[in-house]
Design a protein around this ligand. Sequence first.
Ligand code: MEV
Length: 448
Amino acid sequence: MNQQRTISGFSKLSKRGKIKWIVQNFFKDPEVVAKELKSYWLNNEAQQKIIDGFSENTISNFYLPYGVAPNFLINDETYVIPMVTEESSVVAAVSKAAKFWMSRGGFKAEILGTKKVGQLHFSWNGDVEKLKQVFKELTTKLKADAQNITANMDKRGGGIQEIELVDFTETEPNYYQLRCNFETCDSMGANFINSCLESFGQTLTQFIANHPIFSAAEKDVLVIMAILSNYTPECVVRASVECPIDQLGQFGEIDAETFALKFYKAIRIAEIDPYRAATHNKGIFNGIDAVVLATGNDFRAVEAGGHTYAAKDGQYRSLSHCSIENGIFKFWLDVPLALGTVGGLTSLHPVAKRSLELLGSPSAANLMEIIGVTGLAQNFAAVRSLVTTGIQKGHMKMHLINILNQLEASEKEMKEAVVYFKDKVVSFSAVREFINSYRLSVVGFERN
Ligand code: MEV
């Protein structure tokens, strides 16, 4: 193969042209691969065009399963929650947790705040006391100059809220920032916030250059950058469940009291040990990310904010907490979620639109509640398995099915394998061995 590994003008090639170049230079069987990549294109050209519009240099679609978790009772409303995830057991686990809590009063969710954050970072060598003196005048000007951007958001009850001057000069010479809060209503608000901040950059520069309080030597501001922060400690939802310990029921050989104690200890461990906290919170995001994706929201933003929040007191800790007091078991999760239910992908992606419809066209705050609860449900299910049967039992069953699919097992072979592996360790080689010998025995049987 005469490989050409670099190219200029790739983005200008047609989709077929891109595939041609890729398969000819990177695959042993170009025609087969080209056909396969094209086989994942949508038949509906208009829909394919919409999907292609989300990104650049698209050559195919990458499919992930779209599942639903029924039986969620949240603040006395029932929901079926859409989830997009490639990880087996996640949807089954939340569904099980939803059913468990359905008969124990369901989940509660409460919005602790909806403020989003943006920052204008700048370098300035001036007298900060003078800037503080005229800061009120500056904030009025910042808001007035951004009015063309904020008019619609103001009408919807949102807009620019507090603007604070943060002085970092002790750690970085001349470095300040305007840290600003925004209310973005039902939109995630990234574009809105960034546009406001860029406008702030211009206003600040002009304000300092023209204000008589500053000397000639203080007139120059160097705007470093204007960008939202994905850390939103005041855009937080609390999801919770609680019930008397004796209503928790029996978990195999484990009684309710022992279960509650083991569960409580498991959460304490995640509160005090970052190694465990990372895995524990990953489990929470198994649930959260799946709904964030299904509703066309930005899961990287949500993850970044969640993990930063988990470290807000200087040590990375569990996002969920548990208490046992006066015979009552309580389990809750506080998590920042910067979400939108209008604009962006939420209204462009055809399946994301259906997800929101399935959820009853929620407001962004309502979606925070639903997603926070899904995170809590996932965490409950994972920790319940860990402190009772162990995690492998459920995982291995799904793992087995995945391996069997990979080996193109027939339905009969699947059934036989599930019975055979009930009390055995599942590994790719063990399953392959089982299938090979099963196929041989069937052939032998048919011959005889
Ligand atoms: C696996 O994806 C997630 C878990 O590891 C979470 C946890 O340990 O709590 C099961």
